[in-house]
Design a protein around this ligand. Structure first.
Ligand code: PA5
Length: 459
C-alpha cells in the first residue's frame, strides 16, 4: 500500500517552467542528500533497529501486564511523534476502552507540558504506582521533562520506596551524554538509547517513538518497513518521481513567492496529531535566521494545523479569500477503518433528504474533494496526500516522507535544518533566570535588558 501525492493544483502559473529553471539547484540538492546521507543517521533507522525492536518487544511482554498506564514524560520531538502515532493507529478513545478491547495493553498518556494543573490533575486520575513512566530526553537536561521526572520519582518513592519506584521508571536518552543516562545508570533504571546523531524531531523511529507504540500494541516493525519503503522512493533523482523532494521544492518555490504559511489539513481525525508533529518538524527545522554561509535570510514557513471537515467551518473562508500566502496540504484516506450510514430519516426535506443512505465516509471524502475544488477555483495552491488506509505501514511512509522533505527543503534553502538556535536561546534564558551555574553571562545580559514601560500595560 503506497501513499500518493497529487500536486496538480500546484502546477498553475508556469510552475513547470519555474521547476525547470531550478534544475541546477535541484541537482545540487540531490547531490547533497546523497553525499550527506551518512551524516543523517535518521535515514538509516528503518534498517538498523532490529536489535532495538527485539529489546523493546521483550520488555513490553515482560512489563505490560503489571501496569495500567504507560506515561510519556517528554516534550517537542520527544512527545509529538508518540502521540501522533498512537492517535493515528489506535482507537481514538483508547484510554476509555476496557482493557480487553485494548488487546490487554495499557492506557497511554503523554504529559509534555509543565502546566502545574495538568500534572496535579493527572495524579488525581491515576494510581501512579500502576503506571510506567517513560522519561524521554535526548539531552537529559530539558527543564520541562526533567522537572516532571523529579516530581514523579518523588511521588513513586514515597508510595513504593526506591526499589518499587525503580520498576516504574524507564528512560529513553543518549547513551553517553547528559544527566538522564547518568541518573538511569546510578539509580538502576532500565533505559533505551537514542542514537547520538539523531536529533529530537527526527527520532520517531528510535525508541522515542517505538517504545510507547509497542506498549500500545502498535506494529512497530510495520512502521519501520513503511519508512524503508518511502526511503526507496526518496532516492529517486528525477524530481518528478520523488514525492518528498517535489513536496519540498514546491514549498520552496512558494516561499520565494511569499507563501509563508504551510497549512496541513487531514480529512481524518486519526491524522490530526500528525499535523502537530509536522508543525514542529517543518517550523523548527526550516525557520532560520542565517543560511550556511552566515548570511541573514530569516526563512521558513509557519505551519498551520487544520482538520477537515471541522475547519471548513472555521478556517477555509480565510484560505479561499484571504491573502495568497499559503500552501494548503490536504491529507485524505481512501478506505477508512469504519463505515457508518446516515439513516433516511427526512426524505421529504430536500436539504436533508440527499444525506439519507449516504455514508459518513462518502460525506467526508466528498467534502474534501469539494474543498479542493473551491480552493483551486479561488486560485489557491494546494496539494493532496492520500493514504490508501491508515496502517502502521502507511504511517511509517508518511512520517519518513515529511522527514526527507524537510531535509531537502533545508538543502534548497541552504540552511541547517538540524539545529534549533532559536529554541536554545529561550532555554538558556530560563536557566539564567533560575541562576543555573554556567549561565552568569546570560543572566547579566537579561538584567541589562530595558525594563518594561508601565504605560504600555493596561489593567
Ligand atoms: O527537535 C528537537 O531537537 C527538540 O524539539 C527536542 O526534541 C526537544 O527540545 C526536547 O529535547 P530533549 O529530547 O533533549 O529533552
Amino acid at each position: 500500500m503506497k501513499i500518493r501525492m497529487d500536486y496538480n493544483n500546484m502546477m498553475q502559473n508556469g510552475m513547470a517552467g519555474k521547476i525547470e529553471k531550478l534544475a541546477p539547484k535541484i541537482k545540487k540538492a540531490n547531490a547533497a542528500m546523497v553525499e550527506k546521507r551518512d551524516k543523517m543517521a535518521w535515514r538509516e533507522l528503518p534498517y538498523n533497529q532490529e536489535a532495538v525492536v527485539k529489546d523493546i518487544s521483550d520488555y513490553v511482554a515482560a512489563v505490560k501486564d503489571d501496569i495500567d498506564a504507560f506515561v510519556v514524560l517528554g516534550i517537542g520531538g520527544s512527545a509529538l511523534g508518540p502521540l501522533a502515532v498512537q492517535m493515528a493507529l489506535n482507537h481514538p478513545f483508547w484510554n476509555e476502552l476496557p482493557r480487553e478491547k485494548r488487546g490487554g495493553y495499557p492506557k497511554l498518556y503523554v504529559l509534555d507540558n509543565v502546566d502545574p494543573e495538568r500534572l496535579v490533575y493527572f495524579l488525581d486520575t491515576v494510581d501512579a504506582t500502576r503506571c510506567l513512566f517513560n522519561v524521554i530526553s535526548k539531552s537529559g537536561s530539558t527543564s520541562e521533562t526533567m522537572s516532571q521526572f523529579m516530581i514523579i520519582q518523588q511521588v513513586l518513592e514515597q508510595k513504593m520506596g526506591k526499589d518499587g519506584a525503580r520498576g516504574r521508571i524507564v528512560c529513553t536518552t543518549d547513551a553517553k551524554s547528559g544527566n538522564l543516562v547518568t541518573i538511569a545508570k546510578d539509580e538502576g533504571y532500565k533505559y533505551f538509547v537514542i542514537p547520538s546523531a539523531v536529533g529530537g524531531r527526527f527520532s520517531e523511529f528510535t525508541p522515542v517513538g517505538l517504545l510507547p507504540a509497542a506498549f500500545c500494541g502498535i506494529d512497530i516493525k510495520g512502521l519501520l518497513v513503511g519508512a524503508a519503503h518511502m526511503d526507496e522512493n526518496c532516492k529517486e533523482p528525477d524530481i518528478y518521481k520523488n514525492p518528498a523532494h517535489m513536496y519540498a521544492l514546491l514549498h520552496y518555490i512558494g516561499m520565494t513567492e511569499g507563501k509563508n504559511i504551510s497549512v496541513m489539513m487531514p480529512y481524518a481525525d486519526s491524522l490530526k496529531f500528525i499535523s502537530d508533529w509536522y508543525a514542529q518538524l517543518w517550523a523548527e527545522s526550516l525557520g532560520k535566521a542565517h543560511d550556511r554561509d552566515g548570511k541573514v535570510v530569516n526563512v521558513g514557513q509557519t505551519p498551520v494545523k487544520a482538520l477537515g471537515a471541522t475547519d471548513q467551518h472555521s478556517q477555509v473562508q480565510l484560505y479561499a479569500e484571504g491573502p495568497f500566502d499559503k500552501i494548503i496540504v490536504l491529507i485524505g484516506v481512501d478506505e477508512y477503518r469504519e463505515t457508518i450510514t446516515i439513516p433516511k430519516t427526512y426524505g421529504e426535506m430536500p436539504s436533508l433528504g440527499f444525506l439519507g443512505g449516504v455514508t459518513h465516509n462518502e460525506l467526508i471524502t466528498t467534502e474534501q474533494a469539494a474543498t479542493e475544488y473551491a480552493l483551486t477555483k479561488a486560485g489557491r495552491q494546494n496539494m493532496t496526500i492520500t493514504l490508501p488506509k491508515v496502517t502502521a505501514h502507511t504511517i511509517g511512509q508518511l512520517l519518513y516522507f515529511f522527514e526527507v522533505a524537510t531535509a531537502y527543503a533545508g538543502e534548497l534553502l541552504n540552511i541547517d535544518a538540524f539545529d534549533q538556535p532559536g529554541v536554545e536561546e529561550g532555554k538558556n534564558a530560563t536557566y539564567a533566570m533560575f541562576g543555573r551555574p554556567g549561565y552568569e553571562a546570560k543572566k547579566a545580559e537579561l538584567d541589562a535588558a530595558p525594563a518594561k514601560d508601565k504605560k504600555y500595560i493596561i489593567g
